[in-house]
Design a protein around this ligand. Structure first.
Ligand SMILES: Cc1ncc(C[n+]2csc(CCOP(=O)(O)OP(=O)(O)O)c2C)c(N)n1
Length: 326
């Protein structure tokens, strides 16, 4: 058994709590989708929770984030309401986007969550623009930009990194590398030494981190955020993780190597954190935490089921103005 200080204990439990909230939210959402309660598919981040939890633990509420099509974890870690998020998945009027966005378009500006995004690499330009806005307003806040390994092969990646580096904008780029872009192993379609090398080529401070070790991610993010607050220019984290589920919930992941998959199952970030906290003699605290999370998720599910659908006449309100239907 290893002794740890009170601060370390509180921090570790908070990180585990965030990961559990993400995991249980997604497990329950998947069941609801399969039962026909949620329209549309879901991109689950099961196995990748440590990246969202670790990075967002280093942020303030006033900081901003942009996300991806796999964005539940980022939203939860940034502090979005589970009740409003679940209602959004259920298409209800009390959802984060009044039920009009769904899983791939969750946004909650009240906690600085600028939006999930169905366009691969779409969040990069938004993050850089948001950081430029923060600069213009003289704010000390920063923007964290989550994107997948697939996005590093898209044009907006270079454009966004270049702009942020040139103008020394407060952007924390976070490449959440789960090894796959949909059904393709990213390494097979990616030239060069990897995402961090691309950041390095633009003189952006960068680090490669074990994305399944939540404390390692949190430490790396804290160090980078500290630099960003000092206005030392953008920073880049390459977090190496693994998607334990399919690309969407309809995907069985048959293209993956079975041996690698089994090995990765043993590196589940929640499993690793539980082992660590058991070693720190925190089993009882973990049990309490698990029960609290179950209560929170049950309340979110009950809230979504009980909520009303948006009125049909509100369908075109507060969405992009594309003119009146013919
Ligand atoms: C511009 C664009 N091209 C292609 C797609 C189709 N698509 C959806 S998700 C995805 C894979 C993205 O991989 P990655 O960025 O690594 O994120 P991950 O799904 O692994 O989280 C693709 C190609 C898209 N949504 N947008």
């Amino acid at each position: 058994m290893t002794a740890i200080g009170q601060n370390e204990r509180i921090r570790a439990l908070a990180l585990l709590r965030t990961m559990l909230r993400i995991r249980r939210f997604e497990e329950v959402a998947e069941i609801a989708q399969r039962a026909g309660e949620i329209p549309g598919t879901l991109h689950l981040s099961i196995g990748q929770e440590a990246v969202a939890a670790g990075v967002c633990s280093a942020l303030e509420r006033t900081d901003l984030i942009t996300s991806t099509h796999r964005g539940h974890g980022h939203s939860i870690a940034k502090g979005a309401s589970l009740v409003a998020m679940m209602a959004e998945l259920f298409g209800r009027a009390s959802g984060t986007c009044k039920g009009k966005g769904g899983s791939m378009h969750i946004a909650d500006f009240s906690v600085g969550m600028l939006g999930a995004n169905g366009v691969v690499g779409g969040g990069l330009g938004i993050a850089v623009g948001a950081a430029q806005g923060l600069r213009v307003r003289g704010s000390n806040a920063i923007t964290a930009c989550f994107f997948g390994d697939g996005a590093v092969n898209r044009g907006p990646f270079l454009e966004s990194l270049n702009w942020a580096a040139t103008f020394r904008l407060p952007v924390l780029f976070v490449c959440e590398d789960n090894g796959f872009a949909a059904f393709t192993e990213t390494a097979r379609v990616t030239a060069g030494a990897g995402p961090a090398a691309r950041a390095e080529a633009l003189d952006i401070q960068n680090v490669v981190v074990d994305g399944n070790d939540v404390i390692a991610v949190a430490d790396a993010a804290s160090a980078m955020v500290e630099r960003l607050r000092r206005k030392a220019g953008p920073a880049f984290i390459h977090a190496q993780t693994y998607r334990l589920r399919g690309h969407t919930i309809a995907d069985q992941g048959a293209y993956r190597d079975a041996e690698t998959h089994s090995r990765q199952e043993l590196r589940d970030p929640i499993l690793l954190m539980r082992q660590r906290l058991t070693d720190w003699n925190l089993s009882e605290d973990m049990q309490k935490l698990q029960l609290q999370v179950e209560d929170d998720i049950s309340a979110a599910l009950a809230g979504a089921r009980a909520a009303v659908f948006p009125a049909p006449e509100s369908a075109l309100a507060e969405v992009q103005d594309i003119g009146a239907p013919a």
